[in-house]
Structures are given as structure tokens and as C-alpha cells.
Design a protein around this ligand. Structure first.
Ligand code: XMP
Length: 524
């Protein structure tokens, strides 16, 4: 069997917000890659055996000596290296060139003129100038620029304000780009990365969904042998795909526990049981813990207290059910690659933006089970593709994220079953209308929130004094910043009418037009 991770690219991360985009693009091109911190040791780089190395961009300046990292000796290994933005500056400076803070900062769209033939850019262009020179439409974001080339390098591209915008030392197989090929605004970015990874580094394209499933199933079988595996199935994308993958690998050795907290979306529990238990044949134990959750939450107003309470009760319920099972050796978790990268960044202090983790409940700490995390090398889009290929419905695989504490943090203040039922109903109207109007996939996350205020309304001849629903829909790529979705007025009007008419107990609907920051996506 071919090793689908034999040909791999190492990405050294200098803290750019786009580093994960580089990795996702290379993987989509069919080649495995990993992101490691920029100060990874020479031994570790060697042991990784990359066929190529990419140096990412970053927020620092190589002109500030205290923040300049000498990259471990990657430039003399005979392995091709591509430096992007800061990565190109680091390469140029370390190889003996000069980098200066530029008087002309370039942010956003720019045109790069090809200055000479190069292995990296030949035949890739968006248009031609009158003199026949090829032009690339690219996306820039830099304040520094290379002002003197190191020995052995030549300029292969320039812009009106950056005479040295792309460089190459073909003998040593070193390349640098001032612009960002990993962002979609650089139209030929994917072709440039493809050229680097496939033609220059010579990597194969065996990193495909089918191969990943086959390889991972084999790995899981080897890892767990004939042991039994336990999984807390929440119905979210990650735990659902873990369930499907483990079931594919070890079948009945897997048991899932699904804790119905009463804080789920409309019919969510039934959908989970239908999909996994009936359709895929996965063993799922459904625990109806609604009453315990509502009585624990009675009168609790503070969001953080609610979170902790829900998390702890979840663990307790899960452990109680797990204790009824015999001979379980492994606990599976839906950790994915961005979680691993963020934790590593947090540990080294190199990443500038760390998303705080708010997992359902974390792991039961004192369980004596061994941990298996089959998705921990995969990005979310890869996880989704695997789920689809394993037969999960797109309703589950393409679902918007749902917070671990569920409706518990979408009913502001005190939570009870009556309010949860109201909110579930309103939320379901909003979500199904988004789907029917082909808007669901255009927003990153959408939901309804129940506000703990009453407002006067009038229906027929009667006065109503009832609750208020806020609708929230955001667009984001990383959930760390987000803008509110510009949903059509007619659509919002229709949803508002439906909610007020159909959900008794609601007299007013509002739409949240706050961005993140300063607001967060959830209201609590
Ligand atoms: P915020 O509200 O922090 O949300 O802007 C960012 C993303 O995280 C989700 N979120 C949570 N997920 N447990 C979770 O598992 C939580 O306590 C939690 N709080 C927020 C939120 O839905 C959004 O996708």
C-alpha cells in the first residue's frame, strides 16, 4: 500500500493569519503537509523528511532584530524552499540580502510583472502588458521589502512599488514571493503553489479522501486491535465523522453515547438516532437527561456558571453511562488539526491570535481510557469530505457549528424547558427558511436567541406582552472575527412574520447587526 504521507511539505509558521490557508491549499492539491512553529529545530526538520518547505508570512518585521528568527538551516539541504512575504524577507536576510521598511506600504490588490523566466512562474499569468510581459493579479500585505538580493538570486517579478516582488535562486531551489499565493484574491495562487509542490518539489498526489479513509481505517485497526472504543456523539460535524470513520474501521467495537441535554435543536436527537443507529448501523446509546439539565439550570443566570454547570453535568452523565459498559479501553475524540495547531501555538507563544477553546465539556479527566483522535491531522473541509464519502447526509456534514452548551447559552438568563421549546421552534423556522431560500450555505452560522425581556405587541384586536427573539447570522472564515450577514429584507420580513404567527409566546423579532469584534457571535 502506498504511504500517502511519504511525499510531504513542511510549513514553518511565522504567525500569519493565512498559514492554514497555505496548508489547506497544498492538501487540496493532493499532497500532505504539516504546519510547525518557525523555531522548529534542525533535527526535527530533518526527521520530518519534507520534500519541500514553505516559510509563511507573519506580523513581525525582519528589520526589528529582536523579533527576527534565524530559520534553522533549511536553505542548504537541497530541499526546495518557498518564502512567502515575511518568509521571503527572512530568506533574503539570512542568505545575505537586505530588507528595509518600505516608504510605500502595499495592502490589497497589485499587479506583478514577470521580469524573467522562472521555474516557479513560467506559463502562469492573468494578462499581458503591451510589450508582451506576463502580468499576475495578486494580493499583497506588507510594509517591508527586499532592497538587495542575496548572491545567486535574481528578480523574477516586480510591482510598481516593489522592484523585488518575486525572487529565485534556481540552483539552490529557493524561491520567494512578496505576495500571498494562498489567498483566493491572488487568482493564480493555486497554480503557483501547485507548480512549487508538484513540479519543483516533485510531490505526488496521493492525499485524496478515498486514500485517507483507507489509510486511517488501517491505522485505527492497528491501534485499537480488538479493544472496545467509546465516543461521546454530539451530532456536530467532528464527532459525527469520528463515529462514521471508527465504525468503518472497527464496526461493532464502537459504542457511542449521545446525551440528550434538552438543549439541542429541534428534532436533533431523532436525526442523530436515525442517521447513526438506523441508517449506518452504529451502536448508539441515547441518554435522555433533559430533566437533570433543566433542574440543575433552574435559576442560574450567569453565562459562565451555566457553561460550567452544563459541562460538568455532561461529564457526569457520560461517565455514569460509560460505567455500565464492560471492557472499554479507548475513548475517541473529535479533535481536528486546527485545534492541534492552536494548542501548539499557545504552548510556544508564537501565534498572535489564539481562539479560546470552549469545548462541550472537555474530557472526563479521571477516566482510565486511552485516547484516540483519528481526525487530529485533518482540516474541517477534509473532515466534511470524509463524512460525505462515508455516507453521512450533508444535513449533518455541512451543519453550522453549534456550541457545546447548546440552547443553554442562547436563552439569555434563566433556562427552562418552556423557553427551550419556544426557542427551538423559532430557530427551526429561521434555519429551514435559510435552507429553502438557498441562503444557509452562504452564511457561516445562523441561529435564534431568546431574550429575557417582554415586549408589547398586537394581534387581531388583542394586546400581547410576550418574549422577543433575536436572529443572528454571520459570515466568517475563522470565527474569530465575523460580520453580520446582509440577508435580504424580504427574507427577514418573511421569517419574522412566520415566527410571530407560529410560535406562541413571541411578539417581536429583531435582527442582530453587530460585528465581531466588538460583539461575539453568541450572545452569552
Ligand atoms: P463567540 O461567541 O465566542 O463564538 O464569538 C465563536 C464560535 O464558538 C462557538 N462557541 C462555543 N462552542 N462551547 C462551544 O463548543 C461554547 O461554550 C461556545 N461558545 C461559543 C460559537 O457558536 C461560534 O461558532
Amino acid at each position: 500500500m502506498t504511504d500517502i504521507q511519504a511525499d510531504k511539505v513542511l510549513i514553518l509558521d511565522f504567525g500569519s493569519q493565512y498559514t492554514q490557508l497555505i496548508a489547506r491549499c497544498i492538501r487540496e492539491l493532493g499532497t500532505y503537509c504539516e504546519i510547525h512553529p518557525c523555531d522548529t529545530s534542525a533535527e526535527m526538520i530533518k526527521a520530518f523528511q519534507p520534500k519541500g518547505i514553505v516559510l509563511s508570512g507573519g506580523p513581525e518585521s525582519v528589520t526589528a532584530n529582536d523579533s527576527f528568527y534565524e530559520v534553522e538551516p533549511v536553505f542548504d539541504q537541497g530541499v526546495p524552499v518557498l518564502g512567502i512575504c515575511y518568509g521571503m524577507h527572512a530568506m533574503a536576510k539570512q542568505m545575505g540580502g537586505e530588507v528595509k521598511v518600505s516608504g510605500l506600504r502595499e495592502f490589497g490588490y497589485a499587479q506583478v510583472r514577470m521580469e524573467s523566466d522562472s521555474e516557479l512562474l513560467d506559463g502562469i499569468s492573468d494578462s499581458r502588458m503591451q510589450n508582451g510581459a506576463c502580468v499576475l493579479d495578486v494580493w499583497m500585505s506588507h510594509g517591508d521589502q527586499v532592497v538587495r538580493l542575496p548572491d545567486g538570486f535574481r528578480v523574477i517579478g516586480s510591482t510598481s512599488s516593489s522592484p523585488i516582488a518575486a525572487i529565485a535562486n534556481e540552483q539552490k531551489r529557493l524561491f520567494g514571493l512578496q505576495f500571498h499565493p494562498e489567498v483566493t484574491h491572488t487568482k493564480q495562487g493555486r497554480s503557483i503553489l501547485k507548480r512549487f509542490v508538484h513540479s519543483i518539489c516533485g510531490c505526488d498526489t496521493s492525499w485524496t479522501t478515498t486514500n485517507v479513509i483507507r489509510e486511517y481505517s488501517e491505522r485505527i485497526k492497528l491501534q485499537v486491535g480488538s479493544d472496545k472504543v467509546l465516543l461521546a456523539l454530539s451530532g456536530g460535524v467532528d464527532s459525527s465523522v469520528v463515529a462514521a470513520l471508527l465504525h468503518e474501521a472497527v464496526g461493532d467495537q464502537l459504542t457511542c453515547i449521545f446525551v440528550d441535554t434538552g438543549l439541542m435543536r429541534l428534532n436533533e436527537g431523532d436525526i442523530i438516532m436515525q442517521t447513526f443507529d438506523r441508517h449506518l448501523g452504529v451502536k448508539v446509546i441515547r441518554v435522555n437527561a433533559e430533566q437533570q439539565f433543566f433542574s440543575a439550570l433552574k435559576g442560574v443566570q450567569d453565562p459562565e456558571k451555566k457553561r460550567i454547570m452544563i459541562g460538568n453535568l455532561f461529564i457526569k452523565t457520560f461517565e455514569r453511562e460509560a460505567a455500565k459498559l464492560r471492557d472499554v479501553k479507548w475513548l475517541a475524540q473529535g479533535t481536528i488539526y486546527p485545534d492541534v495547531i492552536e494548542s501548539a501555538g499557545a504552548a510556544t507563544g508564537k501565534a498572535h491570535l489564539i481562539k479560546s477553546h470552549h469545548n462541550v465539556a472537555g474530557l472526563p479527566k479521571n477516566m482510565t481510557l486511552k485516547l484516540i483522535e483519528p481526525l487530529k491531522e485533518l482540516f474541517k473541509d477534509e473532515v466534511r469530505r470524509i463524512g460525505l464519502e462515508l455516507g453521512l447526509p450533508s444535513e449533518i456534514v455541512s451543519r453550522h457549528p453549534f456550541p457545546g452548551p447548546g440552547l443553554g447559552v442562547r436563552i439569555l438568563g434563566s433556562v427552562n424547558k418552556k423557553l427551550a421549546d419556544l426557542l427551538r421552534h423559532a430557530d427551526d423556522i429561521f434555519i429551514s427558511e435559510l435552507k429553502q431560500n438557498s441562503l444557509y450555505d452562504q452564511v457561516s452560522q445562523a441561529f435564534a436567541v431568546l431574550l429575557p425581556v417582554k415586549s408589547v405587541g398586537v394581534m387581531g384586536d388583542g394586546r400581547r406582552y410576550e418574549n422577543v427573539i433575536a436572529l443572528r447570522a454571520v459570515e466568517t472564515t475563522d470565527f474569530m472575527t465575523a460580520s453580520w450577514a446582509r440577508l435580504p429584507y424580504e427574507f427577514l420580513d418573511h421569517v419574522s412574520r412566520r415566527i410571530i404567527n407560529e410560535v406562541s409566546g413571541i411578539s417581536r423579532v429583531t435582527y442582530d447587526i453587530s460585528g465581531k469584534p466588538p460583539a461575539t457571535i453568541e450572545w452569552e
